[in-house]
Design a protein around this ligand. Structure first.
Ligand code: SF4
Length: 112
């Protein structure tokens, strides 16, 4: 999977289905511009590419705790392989964490 389908997969997880992704009402989301097969013009003049869009989304997800992006335990998240600055790969998978992650709600500390 490359970044584009990873973003679409994450948006589908977030919105529930492809039709809802198309009708997304959150243009402030860093992934908004990249959610469809055809890029829309929602952010003219903004030079955001997929990599920083994913990075920005992960920052939102972790409430700007950048170290948590690197330590992210949510290996099922579609953006997981692309959350870092390097090439995607399974070698960055971390051992089980005491934290749990609820998609679209960010980290919940102290969970089981
Ligand atoms: S769960 Fe992890 S990989 Fe997914 S958006 Fe949040 S920080 Fe990024």
């Amino acid at each position: 999977m490359t970044r584009a389908p990873a973003i679409r997969a994450r948006c589908k997880e977030c919105a529930g289905n492809a039709a809802e992704v198309k009708r997304c009402q959150f243009p402030d989301c860093s992934l908004y511009r990249w959610r469809g097969w055809v890029e829309d013009k929602a952010a003219p003049g903004v030079r955001l590419t997929r990599r920083p869009a994913i990075r920005a989304y992960c920052r939102w997800c972790t409430k700007d705790q950048t170290v948590e992006i690197r330590l992210c335990p949510a290996i099922d998240c579609a953006l997981y392989p692309y959350r870092g600055s390097g090439s995607p790969g399974p070698d960055s998978v971390r051992a089980a964490s005491p934290r749990r992650v609820e998609p679209n709600r960010g980290f919940v500390f102290g969970g089981a």
